[in-house]
Design a protein around this ligand. Structure first.
Ligand SMILES: [Zn+2]
Length: 283
């Protein structure tokens, strides 16, 4: 009976919906005194105290920090393309048939140009694809300035395996051909007038980064011999210098002008073929 009273009191005290639905009979109302009410509340609270505590949420297992995510192995660089053209000064004097034959035998995509389209150029061509994996193009995508003499293309083809091994995928230049170009401040004809010279500006690496001559060629000592090993520079600059100096030392190009030469070459390296000469000029 006391339990029934306590429950009824609790229902009344808390004003539950059960109380609204089932109004207790008047006898119960009369029987309830204040002390009974308080007893009922205390009893209910005691029951609540004795109720089992809810289970604590299960914590996730601790992350094992020592287990590292599987890391994909670095991509294997593609194999160095096989190139069988001379890498010396004989390239400058190749005949037209020999020169075009070398490009064809290396599956270079190019087309011959009408001499009227490229005044002054001995064997004018336009490259339509890479040279043994190395794309050569002008920095500003100028069709005129991208015309090359076949012999310049073969010289760059000879250089391609070394560029490839250094991680280079593209060579960007300011120009190869400039009709009627003269050597700065003189009447002498420039190698650009014959599309036998390239103003190397930027090397684009396999990871997409760029080596710009203006910033990546760190040593700026004016008049210093570019191919001496005594330069104050970091490894990237040294790698860039080595690429240029290796083709200079092989005499693939007869004129090599670097940022050490003058202010006009601060942002590029001029590499030029000179047919029929026995000298070389590297500054
Ligand atoms: Zn130049």
């Amino acid at each position: 009976m006391r339990t029934s009273l306590a429950l009824a009191a609790l229902v009344l005290a808390l004003g539950s919906s059960v109380a609204e639905a089932q109004t207790p009979p008047p006898a119960f109302e009369l029987a309830l005194r204040e002390s009974d009410c308080m007893d009922a509340v205390h009893a209910a609270l005691a029951v609540a105290d004795e109720a089992p505590a809810p289970e604590p949420p299960v914590a996730p297992p601790p992350r094992n920090e020592s287990v590292t995510e599987p890391v994909a192995p670095p991509p294997t660089p593609p194999p160095t393309p096989r190139v069988t053209v001379p890498r010396d000064r004989t390239v400058a004097s190749l005949s037209e048939d020999a020169c075009l034959g070398m490009l064809r035998s290396h599956d270079v995509d190019f087309h011959r140009l009408d001499p009227a389209e490229a005044r002054g150029v001995g064997i004018p061509i336009r490259l339509d694809g890479p040279l043994a994996g190395i794309t050569v193009r002008s920095r500003g995508h100028s069709e005129l300035h991208e015309i090359v003499d076949c012999r310049l293309a073969v010289a760059l083809l000879a250089w391609a395996p070394e560029l490839h091994e250094a991680g280079v995928v593209e060579v960007h230049h300011y120009s190869t051909y400039r009709p009627g170009a003269r050597v700065g401040g003189s009447r002498r004809r420039s190698g650009h007038a014959n599309a036998l010279a390239i103003d190397l500006a930027v090397l684009v690496m396999r990871d997409g980064s760029e080596r710009e001559i203006l910033t990546a060629w760190e040593s700026r000592a004016r008049g210093a011999a570019p191919c001496d090993d005594d330069h104050d520079e970091g490894p990237e600059s040294a790698s860039l210098r080595r690429l240029v100096c290796s083709v200079a030392e092989d005499e693939l190009f007869q004129i090599v002008l670097t940022p050490h030469y003058d202010a006009a070459h601060a942002n590029h390296v001029h590499l030029e073929l000179r047919p029929g000469v026995s000298w070389q000029y590297v500054h």
